[in-house]
Each structure stands twice: as structure tokens, then as C-alpha cells.
Design a protein. Structure first.
Length: 95
């Protein structure tokens, strides 16, 4: 499966992408407000079998289920959806 790659120039200002777990084909994005995003694409992720992404909002390396962005993981996302949700996470108040 093609590796997940998001260039820093496509990320919200101040957000930094780094490689996550290689077996999950994961990218982690750290935000200045204390949140993180986990973006994965593999055969068992929601939509991964058709090349789409799954994303979770995180804080302190734990999934957060109570944000205005979502109350669960987000699945079946194309790259445009991922970038939109990254901007939403970036806009959250500091935690």
C-alpha cells in the first residue's frame, strides 16, 4: 500500500507531521494547541481497502472522543477530507 504522506506546506500553520507506526502506515500530526491527529491507511482501517484514510483526534497519544470535530474515528476520507479535518483540529481551543 502507498505510504501516507502529507507535506508540511499543506498542513495548518505550526502543525508538524511525523511518521507513526510503520505497520499501520501511520502519520501523526502535532498541533500547537496540544492536539494530535493520527492518519492511517491499511487493509483494516475504515476505507483503507479502497485507498482512503482513517483519522483520529488525539491528545497525549490517546484518542479523544469529545471534540466538535468528531466523537469517534473518521473513516473513508480522501485527502481533501483529511486536510479539512486537520484545519478543524488546528482551530480547536488549547487543551
Amino acid at each position: 500500500m502507498t505510504p501516507v504522506v502529507f507535506e508540511d506546506q499543506t498542513l495548518p500553520k505550526g502543525a508538524v507531521a511525523r511518521k507513526g507506526h510503520p505497520q499501520l502506515n501511520q502519520v501523526l500530526v502535532d498541533f500547537t494547541n496540544g492536539y494530535q491527529a493520527s492518519i492511517v491507511r491499511h487493509e483494516f482501517s475504515y476505507g483503507g481497502d479502497i485507498g482512503l484514510f482513517e483519522m483520529a483526534v488525539m491528545h497525549n497519544n490517546q484518542i479523544v472522543y469529545n471534540t466538535p470535530v468528531t466523537n469517534d474515528v473518521l473513516g473513508h476520507l480522501d485527502e481533501e477530507d483529511v486536510l479539512r479535518h486537520l484545519n478543524e483540529i488546528h482551530a480547536l481551543p488549547a487543551r
